[in-house]
Design a protein around this ligand. Structure first.
Ligand SMILES: Nc1ncnc2c1ncn2[C@@H]1O[C@H](COP(=O)(O)OP(=O)(O)OP(=O)(O)O)[C@@H](O)[C@H]1O
Length: 462
C-alpha cells in the first residue's frame, strides 16, 4: 500500500471526479486541499464557509472513495482551511493539473485497469452549437458517423471548460449507440499513464496493449499532459501507429495545439498533426444564454423572468464550466436561504463568489468606483477614506495605487480621475501614477498586490 500522501490525495481526487458530475466536483470538491496524513487519517481542508455543507452532502462519497483506494484503512476528516476561500481559489478549469504518477516504490498501484466511462449526459443533442464551436462540433459528428473515414486523427483544441470533453464523449456515445457494434475506449492521458505504469509493475504490458489497440475508436482526453512523460509518450506513439494501421479512429483533446507542446517529440507531434485540428473558443453571449436556458429547462429550475439568466451569461464569459457553476451556486444559494431566484439574488451571489468585477467581461473596463472599492477593501479602508484628504502613508499609498489602476484600466482622462478622487487636479493624479509605477519596479510586494488586484479587475486568466 502506498504511503505517499501526495499520491493518495491525487488518486482520491481522480476517484472523486469519477463519482460526481464534473460541475459538482468543480464547485464543491475542487476547493478541498490536502491537509496531511495522520496514520490512517487523511485530513482535508475545506473553505470555512462551505465546510459543513460539504460534510453534509459529500461525507459518504468521500469515505466511499477513500475506502475504494485503501480498503479498510483510510478515514477522512474535514477541517477548516485557515486562510479562507481565497486560499482555495484556483485558475478555473485547471483540471488534472497534477497528473498522477504512482511512486516507483509502491507495492500496489492504486488504479486498476478499469477505463474511464463515458458520461451519458455528454451527447451531441446536449451540445449547444455557436460560432465558437460550430466547426469542432461538425468535425466530431462527421467522425462519429463514419469513424476512420472522415478525419483521422481528429485533434480538438481549446481552453478549459469549453466543451472538449463533452464532444469527445459525444463521439463515443454516438458510436456506441449507432456504430453497429464498433468498440470505443475513452481515457485520459492521466489514466493511460497510470494504467501503463501499473502494467509495467505487474508485468502485464501485453494485456494493456490489447486493451488499447483492439478498438475501433480510441478517445484520449487532455493530451497536453503527455509532455515530459517519456515512457507514456513512447507507448502512446506505438498505440497510435497500431490503431492507424488497423484503420481505427483516434480523437484527441488538448488545451493547446501540438505545435505549442514544446516537450513533445517531433514524431509524436507529426502524428497528431496528420489529421484535422479544430479549435473551440470561449463561448459567445448567445451560446452562453442558450446553455443556461437549456440547463434550467432540463433541471426544471423555476426563476423570475427579470433577466436573471442574461445577467449570469453576461458576467460569466470565460467558459461554460464556469457558467454552469455560477448557475448552480445561484440555485444552491436560493434553496439554502429559501429565496426566489431573481436578478438581485444572482447579483449578490456572483459578487460574493468572484468579488466585485472579478467575472466582468474583459471588454468592459471597470468603473472608477469599482476600482476605488476594490483597492480600499484590499487595504482595509473605506472608499470615503481612500478618496479623503488624509495624507498618512496608510491611506496615501492605496490612493496612489488606485489612481494608477484607474489610469491603466479605464479610458478616463486625468482630470476625470482626479475629480473622482475627491476633487484632485490632473497633476496630482499624474504624480501619484508616477510614484506608484516607480514603487512597482522596486518593491516585489507592491508588484504582487497590483498583479492580484489587476486580475480581480480584469477577470482570472485562464
Ligand atoms: N457547447 C456546449 N453545450 C452544452 N454544454 C457544454 C458545452 N460546452 C461545454 N459544456 C458543458 O460545460 C462543462 C465543461 O465542459 P468540458 O468538460 O467538456 O470542457 P473541456 O473543454 O473538456 O475542459 P477541460 O479542458 O478543463 O477538460 C460540461 O458540463 C459540459 O457539458
Amino acid at each position: 500500500m502506498t504511503t505517499d500522501p501526495d499520491h493518495i490525495w491525487t488518486c482520491l481526487q481522480a476517484e472523486l471526479r469519477r463519482r460526481v458530475p464534473a460541475s459538482t466536483y468543480d464547485i464543491w470538491l475542487e476547493p478541498l486541499r490536502f491537509g496531511g496524513l495522520e496514520g490512517d487519517l487523511l485530513v482535508l481542508l475545506a473553505p470555512a464557509e462551505v465546510r459543513t455543507w460539504i460534510e453534509q452532502r459529500f461525507a459518504a462519497v468521500l469515505q466511499a472513495a477513500g475506502r475504494d483506494l485503501l480498503p479498510g484503512a483510510l478515514r477522512i476528516e474535514l477541517r477548516p482551511l485557515a486562510d479562507g476561500p481565497a486560499a482555495a481559489a484556483r485558475p478555473r478549469g485547471a483540471r488534472g493539473d497534477a497528473p498522477t504518477t504512482p511512486g516507483a516504490g509502491d507495492a500496489k498501484p492504486l488504479f486498476g485497469p478499469e477505463t474511464e466511462r463515458l458520461n451519458p449526459k455528454f451527447t451531441f443533442e446536449q451540445f449547444v452549437i455557436g460560432d465558437a464551436n460550430r466547426f469542432a462540433h461538425a468535425a466530431a459528428l462527421a467522425v462519429a458517423e463514419l469513424p476512420a473515414q472522415a478525419y483521422n486523427p481528429l485533434f480538438i483544441v481549446g481552453p478549459p471548460g469549453v466543451g472538449k470533453t463533452h464532444l469527445l464523449h459525444s463521439v463515443g456515445n454516438y458510436v456506441r449507440a449507432y456504430g453497429g457494434g464498433m468498440t470505443v475506449r475513452y481515457t485520459t492521458v492521466e489514466r493511460f499513464t497510470n494504467e501503463f505504469l501499473s502494467a509495467l509493475q505487474n508485468r502485464d504490458v501485453e494485456a494493456f496493449k490489447q486493451r488499447y489497440r483492439n478498438n475501433d475508436v480510441l478517445l484520449i482526453d487532455d493530451v497536453q499532459f503527455l509532455e515530459r512523460k517519456v515512457k507514456t509518450e513512447e507507448e502512446l506513439f506505438h498505440t497510435f501507429n497500431a490503431l492507424h494501421e488497423t484503420g481505427s479512429q483516434l480523437v484527441l483533446t488538448s488545451d493547446r495545439p501540438p505545435r505549442d507542446m514544446d516537450a513533445l517529440q517531433e514524431r509524436m507531434r507529426q502524428r497528431f498533426e496528420s489529421g484535422l485540428l479544430v479549435d473551440i473558443r470561449a463561448p459567445d453571449e448567445a451560446t452562453r444564454l442558450t446553455v443556461l436556458r437549456k440547463r434550467v429547462h432540463h433541471d426544471g429550475i423555476e426563476l423570475a423572468e427579470d433577466g436573471v439568466l442574461e445577467l449570469i451569461a453576461d458576467r460569466v464569459a470565460e467558459n461554460i464550466r464556469g457558467l454552469e457553476a455560477a448557475l448552480i451556486r445561484v440555485v444552491a444559494y436560493a434553496s439554502l436561504t429559501d429565496a426566489r431566484i431573481d436578478r438581485a439574488l444572482a447579483e449578490e451571489v456572483l459578487a460574493q463568489l468572484y468579488g466585485p468585477g472579478a467575472q466582468r467581461r474583459r471588454t468592459d473596463p471597470p468603473t472608477l468606483a469599482a476600482i476605488q472599492q476594490l483597492v480600499a477593501g484590499r487595504f482595509g479602508l473605506s472608499r470615503e477614506e481612500l478618496i479623503s484628504a488624509n495624507r498618512t502613508a496608510r491611506v496615501a499609498w492605496p490612493r496612489q495605487l488606485a489612481m494608477y489602476l484607474a489610469r491603466e484600466h479605464t479610458s478616463e482622462s486625468l482630470p476625470a480621475i482626479g475629480r473622482s478622487f475627491g476633487g484632485r487636479d490632473h497633476s496630482t493624479v499624474l504624480h501619484a501614477c508616477k510614484r506608484a509605477a516607480d514603487r512597482l519596479g522596486s518593491d516585489p510586494e507592491a508588484y504582487e498586490t497590483v498583479r492580484a488586484l489587476t486580475e480581480q479587475l480584469t477577470g482570472p486568466h485562464a
